[in-house]
Design a protein around this ligand. Structure first.
Ligand code: 5AD
Ligand code: SF4
Length: 476
């Protein structure tokens, strides 16, 4: 329960239903697919690629499970609990299939990659298994499955980036969108399954990224989040045939996207502390529309544990990076990912994690207890020897500290005013808007009689706050 309460918004359990992009014309597509996504933002972005590939083959999206001819579940392997959630959901789908035998069920993403054909043995009613680099192959896999064969493609690629596929936006608010800029990860953090499920790191063609962001802006979007497992190691080397053959770094890419329009906000995630450069920080400081917010996962505050995790920095080095960020971008929001109870973690190691949190003054953190993943370096090299009750107690202390830090961070904003991009109605009332400031904090404020719409920027003064939300008023 504790872990669930601290998961990422998109993490295990939040369902990403698809809506039909052509709902007004029910005859536009003969067949319908339903897709549900779990895990990181990357998975949600991938589902939009899948939707695009399927649209091209005459499948329309539906948000109604019962009307689907094809059900896809885009899966996450990051922690054991994520996989359990997916398996539970598959049993619901199987019930539908027992009433409707022609229905096809497909498993996509990291769990498909991890378990490969084994999935078909373990989950008998699954028809299609597709890894993250094989979505172009979906139409022929669906065809195979329709002819009664079990269809599997879990080949990882060194160069697939889906650069030319224009994602079909699912569940979009029409204002903010994710844009994938790279795939895979070369870091090999010892606890992490991602390098095994998503393969080698590769960067997407810079021109196609800028084009996708420009198209989004022209469609009315006002914020893009550039996504990658480790965005700071983005590096695109144009081919000899391209007009401009200068390699593009992440700082250069940020600059290009920021230049599309001052009205288009740019965010990015995730940064590895070892890779974020001063050049990136200066680029952020130079451009008003590159948001002052960095997600900088620390994972642990103990240098010994960091070494076992293969994070390649120490407690002190990390704090130096935070200091550098605050020097160059004084009002930068910083958030983190933290793992409690990694192999051999002692009480002193845990105290160092609490200390790093306090000194970094995180505005927000995603907090987990360690979950051993088969095949990872930690699984092969170390014993998962911290008892579960201790992991949970340490996690509870981390959560309690973060709650205090978040409240203190919000209290420091009382009386300040921020430029806020309106994303839509607040969850609680249609009379209030919800938006974010540059630091990625959610601000709720009354619409009053102002003529603003979602997608507009407004100046909001903060009068009150909770630990999670700033509350304010539009000022003119
Ligand atoms: N156990 C717990 N948390 C993990 N993460 C990644 N792998 C594991 C694991 N095996 C966390 C890290 C990472 C975030 C996306 O998930 O904190 O930054
Ligand atoms: Fe996993 Fe580390 Fe890569 Fe992040 S940087 S995806 S934690 S291996």
């Amino acid at each position: 329960m504790l872990e669930f309460a601290t998961e990422k918004l998109q993490d295990e359990g939040r369902q990403g239903e698809a809506f039909a992009p052509f709902e007004n014309d029910p005859n536009a597509y003969k067949r319908r697919f339903y897709i549900e996504s779990y895990g990181c933002q990357m998975n949600f972005a991938d589902s939009e690629i899948v939707a695009s590939v399927l649209n091209g083959e005459g499948f329309g999206a539906t948000r109604n499970l019962e009307e689907a001819d094809l059900i896809f579940i885009n899966t996450c392997s990051i922690r054991e609990k994520a996989e359990q959630t997916v398996r539970k959901r598959l049993t619901d789908f199987k019930k539908i299939k027992s009433r409707k035998p022609a229905l096809l069920i497909g498993v996509l993403g990291c769990m498909a990659e991890r378990l490969k054909a084994k999935f078909l043995e373990e989950e008998k009613l699954v028809d299609i298994v597709v890894g993250p680099d094989a979505y172009r192959n979906l139409p022929s896999l669906v065809e195979e499955a329709e002819s009664g064969q079990k269809a599997v493609n879990v080949l990882l690629s060194r160069d697939e980036t889906y650069a030319d596929i224009s994602p079909v936006r699912l569940n979009s608010n029409g204002i903010t969108a994710y844009v994938s800029i790279m795939r895979g990860c070369n870091n090999m953090c010892s606890f992490c399954v991602v390098p095994f499920t998503r393969g080698r790191e590769r960067s997407r063609d810079a021109g196609s990224i800028v084009q996708e962001c420009t198209d989004l802006f022209n469609q009315g979007y006002r914020e893009v989040t550039l996504l990658g497992q480790n965005v700071d190691s983005y590096y695109y080397l144009p081919s000899a045939e391209e007009e401009n053959t200068i390699p593009v770094t992440f700082a250069m890419l940020l600059e290009k996207v920021a230049a599309i329009s001052p009205l288009l906000r740019v965010r990015f995630s995730t940064s590895h502390p070892k890779d974020i450069t001063d050049e990136v920080l200066h680029t952020m400081a130079r451009h008003e529309n590159i948001c002052n917010y960095i997600h900088l996962p620390v994972q642990s505050g103990s240098s010994r544990i960091l070494q076992l995790m293969n994070r390649t920095y120490t407690h002190e080095w990390y704090l130096g990076k935070v200091k550098r960020i605050r020097q160059i971008i004084p009002d930068c929001g910083i958030s983190s990912d933290i793992i409690a109870g990694f192999c051999t973690e002692t009480e002193e190691d845990h105290q160092e994690t609490l200390q790093v949190m306090e000194l970094s003054r995180y505005d927000m953190s995603y907090m987990f207890f360690y979950s051993e993943r088969p095949g990872t370096l930690a699984h092969r090299r170390y014993r998962d020897d911290v008892p579960e009750e201790i992991k949970k107690r340490r996690l509870a202390e981390i959560v309690a500290l973060q709650n205090r830090l978040s409240l203190e961070s919000n209290q420091r904003d009382l009386g300040k005013s921020f430029r806020v991009l309106i994303e839509g109605d607040s969850k609680k009332s249609e009379k209030d808007w919800m938006g974010r400031n540059s630091q990625n904090k959610v601000i709720v404020f009354p619409k009053e009689n102002h003529p603003y719409q979602k997608g507009d920027y407004v100046q909001v003064r903060v009068d009150d706050c909770t630990q999670a939300t700033l509350l304010g008023k539009i000022i003119l």
